[in-house]
Design a protein around this ligand. Structure first.
Ligand code: FE2
Ligand code: FE2
Length: 283
């Protein structure tokens, strides 16, 4: 039996991730590694950039669907607070986050990202089944985010970070459930399957690509998915996405991992981190 997504329930319960009961004054009482700081910085930037995706998506046919529009309104709100919560944690850990960081990240994003943002509205005219593509894409990214936060929550020796990440995992799972369940009926159409297959194979990249530079993307993917457990997780993601109609071929997460883990170039996991003197990041 197919699972469904209860949109009304989601809209009624949507809220910012709760942090008021987390004692951030005790963050420094527990370990936090430079690698965790680098990874959290990446995630903070991606979460904070969500509003830019939202802006681009509002210009597409995706926004014509009232369910998608309602979901996206709450989704962007929740993602903003993920970014904010990570920022609060980092600051409590003694990391200075520049007030202009969001704008700096926005200006640093790749030309491809800019073109994709501004050209997204045109896609609806060129790709008749754009909504299926967008929803399948969203399902992959949300499931990846959920798994990445779970990995970090399990690995960290900082209980406050672990708790914060587990709370965000719950949100990311709900986001995934929406995209996945909304994509499924649309992907029963053969043209939608073809369009989704062609576009994902040609253009899909992991969460954060386009917003962060290549070295950061590679480092983060290796940090999260580089070990044996990571290999099993990317297989699990592929397996889950491949349950969508016409997506049995899906193996892009495993292929991405092979590429990233096998990549000789770029910093290793022990390489330089975004922590500068005085724990300044991205000064
Ligand atoms: Fe998020
Ligand atoms: Fe999300």
């Amino acid at each position: 039996m197919e699972s469904t997504f209860d949109l009304e329930r989601y809209l009624n319960n949507s809220q910012k991730v709760e942090t008021r009961d987390l004692d951030f004054s005790r963050v420094r009482d527990y370990p936090i590694t430079p690698q965790e700081i680098r990874c959290l910085s990446y995630m903070m930037d991606v979460e904070a950039h969500t509003v830019m995706y939202f802006k681009a998506l509002l210009r597409t046919c995706a926004a014509r669907d009232p369910e998608v529009l309602a979901f996206m309104s709450c989704w962007a709100y929740e993602e903003f607070f993920h970014g904010r919560a990570i920022r609060q944690f980092l600051e409590a850990a003694g990391v200075h986050v520049d007030a202009a960081r969001v704008d700096h990240v926005r200006r640093q994003r790749s030309w491809r990202e800019r073109i994709e943002e501004s050209g997204a509205a045109l896609l609806c005219h060129v790709v008749r089944d754009f909504q299926a593509v967008y929803l399948a894409w969203g399902a992959i990214q949300e499931l990846s985010a959920s798994e990445a936060y779970s990995v970090m929550a399990r690995r960290t020796k900082n209980p406050i970070l672990s708790e914060l990440l587990q709370r965000m995992v719950k949100d990311e799972r709900r986001h995934f459930a929406f995209y996945f369940n909304k994509a499924r009926p649309l992907l029963r159409s053969r043209p939608a399957q073809v369009a989704t297959g062609v576009i994902l194979r040609r253009f899909w990249t992991p969460v954060g690509d386009g917003v962060k530079n290549d070295a950061d993307v590679r480092w983060t993917m290796r940090y999260i998915f580089g070990d044996h457990e990571g290999m099993e997780i990317v297989r699990r993601i592929d397996e889950c996405i491949s349950k969508l109609p016409g997506m049995a071929w899906f193996n892009l997460m495993s292929r991405m991992r092979e590429e990233m883990v096998g990549a000789a170039a770029g910093p290793g996991l022990g390489g330089p981190v975004l922590v500068r003197q005085g724990n300044n990041i991205l000064g």
